[in-house]
Design a protein around this ligand. Structure first.
Ligand code: BV8
Length: 238
C-alpha cells in the first residue's frame, strides 16, 4: 500500500491557505465582488453576456498577485512534499501561484490558474501575467475575441480529475487546508478518501465547516500557524 513508508498523502487546499498572504477568500465577510457572489461571475453565461466584466474580475486578481507573497503555510506544505517518504500530491482549488513560488512541484490546480489563458478559437493555452480583454489577439492564432482565463467556472469540468482520483484511490493521510467545503467535487474528496480506506483525515481551518464531520481530526486556527505545526508533527512521526 503506497510509497516506501506505505503512506500516501493527499493535501486539498482552498482560499484559506492564501488568506494570510492577502488574497481575498470567496465566502468570508469580504467574499463579494462588485456586490456579486463568485457563483454569479465565474460562469460561462456571465462571460458570454458580459465578457469585459468577467475579464476585469480576473485582470484585477491577476494583477494583485504581484502584491502578495507565499505565507508560512505554503512553505510548510513544500517542506512536507520534499521530506514526506511516501507519495505526495497537493490538489489546490486556488488559482494563485503562491504554492509554485514557495517551491511546490507535486501540485495540481483543479480550478485552473490566473496566470494562464486559453484561446477558444485554437484551444492554445498560454502563460499570461498581464491584462486580457476581448480585443487581445491570441499569441498563437492571432485571432482576437477568443481569449478567456484558463479557469474552471461553475458548470465546467474541473481539471486533472484523473490524477486526483488515482491519488484518492490509495491515500493513507488526507489533509484539507482552508476550504469551506461548499464547492463540489472538491468538497466530496474527504468522503471519497475515507471510502477508499483512508483512516486519518485532518481539517485545518479557522472555524468548523459543513464538511468537518468528514474528518477524523480538526485543527482550528490560522493556516500560517496550524500547518507548520502539523507538518512538524507529521515529519517527526513518519
Ligand atoms: C462541476 C473559479 C461537473 C476560479 C471556482 C448543487 C449541489 C451540489 C453541487 C452543485 C449544485 N449545483 C451546481 C453544483 C456543482 C458546482 C458547485 O459545487 N456549486 C456550489 C456553489 C453548490 N460545482 C461545479 O460547477 C464544478 N464543476 O461540478 O462539474 C462535474 C462534477 C464532478 C466531476 C466532474 C464534473 C466547478 C467548480 C469550480 C468553480 N470555480 N472558482 C476562481 O475564480 O477562483 S470555485 C471557487 O470556490 C474558488 O475557486 C474556490 O476554489 C472554491 C471553493 O472556495 P474555497 O477555496 O473553499 O474558499 P471559501 O472562501 O469558500 O472558503 C475559505 C475557507 O478558508 C473558509 O472555510 C474559511 O473559514 C477558511 N479560512 C479563512 N482564513 C483562513 C482560513 N483557514 C485557515 N487559515 C486562514 N487564515
Amino acid at each position: 500500500m503506497g510509497g516506501p513508508s506505505g503512506k500516501n498523502l493527499v493535501v486539498l487546499s482552498g482560499a484559506g491557505l492564501s488568506a494570510e498572504s492577502g488574497v481575498a477568500t470567496f465566502r468570508g465577510q469580504g467574499g463579494l465582488w462588485e456586490g456579486q457572489r463568485i457563483e454569479e461571475v465565474a460562469t460561462p453565461g456571465a462571460f458570454h453576456r458580459t465578457p469585459e466584466r468577467v475579464h476585469r474580475f480576473y485582470n484585477l486578481r491577476r494583477a494583485a498577485l504581484r502584491t502578495v507573497q507565499p505565507n508560512a503555510a505554503h512553505a510548510a506544505l513544500v517542506r512536507l512534499e520534499r521530506e514526506w517518504p511516501g507519495r505526495f500530491l497537493h490538489v489546490t482549488q486556488n488559482v494563485d501561484d503562491l504554492n509554485e513560488r514557495a517551491g511546490a512541484r507535486q501540485l495540481v490546480h483543479m480550478h485552473g490558474q490566473l496566470l494562464e489563458i486559453r484561446c477558444t478559437a485554437c484551444d492554445g493555452i498560454w502563460s499570461w501575467d498581464r491584462d486580457v480583454d476581448t480585443r487581445t489577439p491570441c499569441p498563437g492564432c492571432r485571432r482576437a475575441g477568443g481569449l478567456r482565463p484558463h479557469i474552471v467556472w461553475f458548470g465546467e469540468m474541473p481539471m486533472h480529475l484523473d490524477r486526483i482520483m488515482t491519488a484518492l484511490a490509495r491515500v493513507d493521510l488526507f489533509l484539507c487546508v482552508g476550504t469551506s467545503g461548499v464547492v463540489y467535487p472538491a468538497a466530496g474528496f474527504a468522503l471519497m478518501a475515507a471510502e477508499n480506506g483512508c483512516r486519518r483525515l485532518i481539517e485545518v481551518n479557522v472555524e468548523a465547516t459543513g464538511i468537518s464531520g468528514d474528518f477524523t481530526e480538526r485543527r482550528h486556527g490560522p493556516a500560517s500557524v496550524e500547518v507548520p505545526r502539523l507538518v512538524n508533527e507529521l515529519l517527526e512521526q513518519r
